[in-house]
Structures are given as structure tokens and as C-alpha cells.
Design a protein around this ligand. Sequence first.
Ligand code: AMP
Ligand code: GLY
Length: 428
Amino acid sequence: MKKVLVIGSGGREHALAWKASLSPDVCAVFVAPGNAGTALENKTTNIPLKESDFDGLVSFALDEQVDLVIVGPENALVSGIVDRFREVGIFCFGPTQTASRLEGSKVFSKEFMTRHHIPTARFQSFTSSDKAKDFLNHQKFPVVVKADGLAAGKGVFVCQNRIQAEQYIDEMLCGKLFDGAGERIIIEECLQGEEASFICMVDGQDFQVLASSQDHKAAYNGDTGPNTGGMGAYSPAPIIDPEIQQKVIAQVIKPTINGLVEEGIDYTGFLYAGLMIQNHMPYVLEFNCRMGDPESQVIMMRMKSDLVELCLTALQGRLGETQIEWFFESALGIVVASEGYPRSHKKGCEIYGLETTFDNNIKIFHAGTKLNDGTVETTGGRVLCITALSNSILEAQKDAYQAASSIHWEGSWYRDDIGHRAKHRFES
Ligand code: AMP
Ligand code: GLY
């Protein structure tokens, strides 16, 4: 029987830990540091170690003789957590520090795409604000200004005019807005179209495509308001029809994996291409070196195969020999957030309604929660992701919203329109 360690504390990690715990070959799942949801899951135990405590995590995994580590968050990956586990011979599913630059540096990622002819928005990188502003003279608006480094999804600004663009250029290059992440910036062409998340498992040479999904990054209904980590997601994403899927594989995924091999970069782990589909053509907005959040919640609900077996197969370089199976149903997840999110928000509120008996097709994934004397309290901005697996996206939407209506805390809120793009497609 196997022991698995999942690193992280969000909804993504709850979904990965839950799915790992369903494997018949798994006797224990540890989550470091986890949340109230992972604390309450079968076979699952929270370990009070931060995702940045590499020494503590490695020695825990050695002591417990962990068979597989799955890393959730990008910060740990970009800081080299996989290399640390590999050094001591523990199987760790995720890309090395070098390979994680695909997410950790937007400049690296864009230049990589250029080298390998992967479709993406035209761009230029800058360290000087004067040069960046000069460049604006030759651009049509809107343009997109991005910090080079990790900025927790908050380093991208779509600027409608020059005044806005100059403001963000100054804030990033002169104001140190992102604590180092914005010392270099990118200015790129703004693409128009519909976004989708296209995630694969990669073993260094081969890959398997996960179910398609789409998240809702904007805070408010109608995809308006500030960007967030994601306010909801659904799978499959109808925009990824078989024709687009073939194009994404041929024009994005294969050239990326071949490019990594050519450059001597060993990439094992989840590879997430954030796509814009414009005129039936896929363009890469960004690469992430991990699963998405809240995409994981809906994808794990739909996965029929054994996640632990898949990760181990990938780590043995045998992904090409397997095929991932999926439930035919669709999944939709609604993020319930704290008052004020994505800006400063209140913590420490008791959550009511979690004891409700939900139908079997509903799963409540936790993110910013903790157990306090047996009660579940909020600790973050995105608190829960209420997810339904139903016969269609529309049914999953209805079921998830019905479940969400019975859970609340002071100031809790969620978007009312998760899945609206898929809904319009089915109605038109
Ligand atoms: P990123 O972190 O690069 O994926 O950007 C976050 C979000 O900003 C994306 O999900 C898009 O909504 C938006 N975005 C980023 N780049 C572009 C672009 N070139 N054109 C249009 N929207 C973009
Ligand atoms: N949901 C977007 C992300 O995980 O990056």
C-alpha cells in the first residue's frame, strides 16, 4: 500500500488529495499544510509544514517512506522543491526548477514559444520604463502589460489606453509593485476570443491530455471586475471541440514538449497551457507548471483513472503506455469567497451549512479554511469550491448552485453566472 504527500493548502490540493485517497493502492495521504477539508477527508492527515519548508518536507517524506509527492503550488516548484525530493530518491510529480521557468519567467516562456514557433501574442520585454513607454508609441490599444515573475495571478494588466499602460509600467518597473516579479516586464498584443485551460500530464517525452476546462478569472458576474485566482470552473469546455483539440496538440503541446527535450530540459508534471481561442486558432496566453485552481476541482471530479497510478507511471517515463479514462458527466464548481476578496478580506468567520446532507454528485472542496475546536472557519479569500458532477454543464450548474445556497458565513459571496459561456453555446 502506498503513501502519498500532497503539498499545498488550497482547493486544488484538496481535490488532488481527495482523488489520491480514492486510489485502492493508497493507505495514507498526507497534506502539508492542508486545510479543514483535507483534515476531514478519509485516509488523509494534515501535516503542519509550510510548502516553503523544503528541509522539513523532505525529512518528513523520508521518515514516513512516502511513495509519491504531488506538488500543488507554483512557488514551491519554481523554488526547486522537485529537485530536493529527487536528490533523496523520492518520486515527486512536478517539473524541476529549471523546467518550471516556463511559468516562473514570462520572458523565458515567451522566448521559448518564439524559438519553437508556438502561437502566442506578439511581445517585447523591458527593464527600462522609458523604453517601454516609447514602445507604446507604435502599439494599438488595448495592450497587455505583464510582470516577468510570479505574482499570484495579479501581475497582468489589460490596458485600454496609454495612460493606463504608463501607470502600470511605472508601478511595476519603478514602484516595485511585485517585490521583484516586476523588475522586467512584457508588453504584448491583446488577443480577443474565448479562453480555455488545456492541461496535460507530461513524463519528459510523452503526454496525456486531461479533460478540457475553463475558469472564470474575473471577480464579478459577466466576467467583470479585477482578476482573481479563479471564481469558478467547469469541464469539459465546449470551445475545445475535437478540431481545436487537434490544433492545440499539434501546434502547442507537441512543439512545447519537443522544444523542452531539444533544449535538454526534463519536464515531468502537469503542464497547463492557458489558451485564447481566436478565430478557431489557439494562442498561448501563459504556461503554468502545475494544475489549475479551480480547474483541478472539476477535472478531478471527472477523472475515472487512478491519479496516483498515473503520476507514478509518468515518473517512470511510461505515460505513452496508458490512457486516462473519464466519467462522461460534466463538472462545474463555484468558488465561495470572503467579503472583500480579491482585495483585503475578513478571516476567522464560522462557516454554516457544511453539515447539510448533499447528493452524492456534490463535493465541497475547501481552500481558505481551518478547523478550530471542531468548527470550520475561514482563513482566506477563496474559501470553498462547491462542485457538482451531473449529466450536462447546465445540470451541474443547477446542482452546484443549489448546494451553494445552503452554505454561508458572514459576508460570503459567489458569482451567479459560472458556466455562462458554455450555457450560451448550448442555447445558441
Ligand atoms: P496570464 O497570467 O498571462 O494568463 O494572464 C492572466 C489573464 O490576463 C488571462 O487569463 C487573460 O484573461 C488576460 N490576458 C493575458 N494575456 C493576454 C493577451 N495577450 N490578450 C488578452 N488577454 C490576456
Ligand atoms: N485558474 C487559473 C490558474 O490556476 O492559474
